[in-house]
Design a protein around this ligand. Sequence first.
Ligand SMILES: Nc1ncnc2c1ncn2[C@@H]1O[C@H](COP(=O)(O)OP(=O)(O)OP(=O)(O)O)[C@@H](O)[C@H]1O
Length: 265
Amino acid sequence: MAETMEKPEKVTEREEAEEEEEELSFEELGLDPRLTRALLKKGIQKPTPIQRVAIPLVLEGKDVVARAKTGSGKTFAYLVPLLQKLFADSGARTKLAPSAFVLVPTRELCQQVYAEVLSLIELCRVQLKAVQLTSKMPDSELRNALAGPPDILISTPACIPKCMSVGVLQSTSISGSLEILVLDEADLLLSYGYEEDIKALTPHIPKHCQCLLMSATSSDDVEKLKKLILHNPFILTLPEVGDVKDDIIPKNVQQFWVRIMVLLF
Ligand SMILES: Nc1ncnc2c1ncn2[C@@H]1O[C@H](COP(=O)(O)OP(=O)(O)OP(=O)(O)O)[C@@H](O)[C@H]1O
């Protein structure tokens, strides 16, 4: 009787591994202590499910497509490891253009992401420079913003061709400097009319550039972008179950409602 009640060893091991995975802290995901402390100061203690899976992959330099509902913590899932990679690179070489582009569909989101980046940089006390650009900025402002150049550029996709056409961002500089490209809210980028802007950037993305695509839904547009920009990405899908805040607050809720599927595309 005792034998039949015991779980097969493999299942037990797997469940234990899953439980451990659910317990993983930001430190255990490989995050720099400066970032974990910064997150703590912002009241963020434990990674959400999408962060648990995405952060190590981004740190490893993989291309990632992450699909998880609004409010699941996708912004920090890419921003925090992106900053960590830039900590490691800062001062390593002379750059002619930003090392990271974060492209978003709206000015509001651009402002939100920029505010998060500034706050993390300040809390970590690192020498990184971030700028947000809008396509309505006069050429002189674009030139000033890109002088230096900054480490991270946050904008809508339309800004990039504009900067190239007015000569404040050289295509060769992008090819020589860009290390990480993020398309946030990728499911909205094409419907907001940015297809041509993204296509104008594509030929200048260097082969070694790590590309991350974050989206709340899957759609033909996301597939199109995936084919246009990414190379053999890891696809992370978080099933849409439960309330928007469930994945962020109670751990016991997390433990039964999600299993992230990591598929090699
Ligand atoms: N690990 C965490 N623990 C607690 N709160 C978190 C965590 N990660 C992010 N948050 C908070 O959860 C909220 C939603 O996160 P975020 O905006 O990143 O979601 P999202 O998935 O990017 O949504 P959207 O699809 O709208 O871009 C934010 O207020 C953020 O500060």
